[in-house]
Design a protein around this ligand. Structure first.
Ligand code: FAD
Length: 502
């Protein structure tokens, strides 16, 4: 970062504190805490150059919004600038919290005209903090742009671009309808769906993005567009796996499926000493399991005595067919925990939520595999044992099924042959030294790397641009052509970036 961050924060704070009285107290109470701006603000462009934003231009932006413009010094700014990973601590020059499409267009136009570094935040779950930035503009959809409207007759849901997965599950399930969502309910629909969207139902209904029938998007030129199979099919193709590269998605139209609200869910646990046996079982059974079964694997523990290997599951098929499946899963080892039974799907979707995500820093790596080889299993077990369970989770998410029944070039997401998504996650109390943890995880992940067939762009952390390019496989060229068409100046670069060549 070219600009001295301390100077930037000092200047912006001075500007904001001098000016943070609302334009009009009564109006501000109705419209939110947008500031009366009394000073210029230092910021950075997408290329990292310093730029000064004129007071009048910022005021014009603030006045054009139905939502809020937040500057350093506002209490709301402090809350909005954070993302889930507490080790990310960045200070945007300004934050727009839009109320509707018009505000999003104003923010995008302002960003483009000032060539600002631009971040888009939905659920804020990007581990690497791609949804915030130092010195740029953050468009924070999570505050006012959250809404889900279900049409039960047509079995579709209109989901605003800042909605969380829990919003969507809650609304759709009240009509006995559902679509694939990830496993933590406070994850954003925006980021998760644009990059893929794995979850408990993905083997039956496909990735979240496979269920998107249409997108509404504000592209970098400030235009509002619709992309579907019939309208701009090329952009529709790119939005299914191309991440936030093409603009701000204001609305997702999801196809919904009928499903019993009561599923069979829970976890079967085994002693960690049996980790190899359980992993070997999982390597085979995950490949032959019915699509209605999402079977994860988790090695977890706070110490060697308190560690175990678990198979969390969700079965969404007919209950009368589940017993032989459970019998098979229990045969993986010596069962020491078993809480599997009928449960509410929405409650299951919330069961992994974090009570205080901001208390911890974390670092994670993930990858894609079509099979679990003996050498991969060995690396997983020995790495986890060496760490003695301290703040470490080794997990595998289950892919295959409907995910694999889409051709690699049918959407921009090319990794259709995968059955396993291994993840290594480490976290630490936020006030402790992160360096040791991150170094351990990176070194350990090097052991897995040679076997991986790609990685999940949604879990991007510090991959090089070359790795990102390669990861789009045969779809990369078509994505570059789309980027050249819609975002030739790379306004939206804080993502698994497709660099324009135009
Ligand atoms: P944000 O950080 O808000 O956004 C990430 C990026 O998405 C932004 O930088 C931007 O480029 C883009 N973006 C977001 N919204 C929009 C929009 N409306 N328009 C344009 N661009 C947008 N993934 C799975 O597939 N399945 C899981 O079960 C799963 N579980 C997870 C659990 C946790 C606790 C965490 C931290 C992550 C998990 N992930 C999972 C990974 C997840 O898919 C990514 O972190 C994803 O980016 C989260 O989306 P978000 O909107 O919350 O993130």
């Amino acid at each position: 970062m070219l600009m001295n961050r301390r100077r930037f924060v000092k200047n912006s704070l001075a500007a904001a504190i001098a000016a943070s009285l609302p334009v009009n107290d009564g109006l501000a109470a109705l419209l939110g805490p947008s500031a009366k701006v009394t000073a210029d603000i230092d910021a950075v462009t997408g290329d990292g150059a310093e730029v000064t934003l004129g007071r009048a231009a910022i005021q014009e932006l603030a006045d054009s919004l139905r939502g809020d413009l937040l500057l350093p010094g506002h209490a709301a700014y402090e809350d909005a600038r954070h993302v889930i990973n507490a080790s990310i601590n960045k200070y945007p020059a300004l934050i727009v919290q839009p109320r509707g499409v018009a505000d999003i267009r104003s923010a995008v136009n302002f960003a483009r005209e000032s060539r600002l570094l631009t971040a888009v935040k939905c659920g804020g779950h990007s581990h690497s903090g791609k949804s915030t930035c130092n010195g740029g503009l953050m468009i924070d959809l999570s505050k006012h742009h959250r809404n889900v409207l279900v049409d039960p007759q047509r079995k579709i849901a209109q989901v605003s671009g800042g909605s969380l997965l829990g919003d969507m599950d809650h609304e759709t399930m009240s009509f006995g309808l559902v679509t694939t969502a990830g496993t933590v309910s406070h994850t954003g629909v925006g980021g998760l769906t644009l990059g893929g969207g794995f979850g408990r139902l993905a083997r039956r209904f496909g990735l979240s993005m496979d269920n998107v029938l249409g997108y509404e998007i504000v592209t970098p030129d400030g235009e509002f567009r619709r992309a579907s199979a019939d309208e701009d099919p090329d952009l529709y193709w790119g939005l299914r796996g191309g991440g936030g590269n093409f603009g701000v998605v204001t609305n997702f139209e999801f196809r919904l499926h009928e499903m019993n609200r009561e599923v069979i869910g829970g976890t079967i646990g085994f002693p960690l000493q049996e980790a190899r046996q359980v992993l070997n079982f999982y390597a085979d059974y995950a490949l032959e399991a019915p699509d209605e079964l999402g079977l994860e694997l988790v090695m977890f523990g706070s110490s060697p005595e308190n560690s175990l290997i678990m198979l969390p599951l969700c079965y969404c098929g007919p209950h009368k067919q589940v017993e032989p499946i459970l019998k098979k899963v229990r045969s993986a080892g010596t069962v020491i925990m078993d809480n599997v039974g009928p449960m509410d799907y929405v409650a299951l979707q919330r069961s992994g939520d974090l009570s205080d995500p901001r208390a911890i820093g974390s670092y994670t790596k993930s990858g894609f595999l079509s099979k679990l080889s003996p050498s991969f299993i060995d690396a997983a077990v020995t790495s986890f044992e060496a760490r003695e369970g301290r703040n470490t989770v080794f997990a595998i998410q289950h892919a295959g099924g409907a995910i694999s029944r889409v051709a690699p070039n049918e959407t921009a997401f090319p990794h259709r042959g995968i059955n396993f998504i291994p993840l290594l996650i480490i976290d630490w109390p936020i006030d402790s030294n992160a360096r040791e943890h991150v170094a351990w995880l990176k070194e350990t992940w090097n052991r897995f790397e040679p076997e991986l067939e790609g990685f999940y762009t949604n879990d991007l952390i510090d991959e090089t641009q070359e790795q990102v390019d390669r990861n789009y496989l045969g779809n990369y060229g078509r994505l570059v052509a789309l980027k050249n068409k819609y975002d030739p100046t790379n306004l939206f670069r804080l993502n698994a970036n497709v660099r324009p060549t135009a």
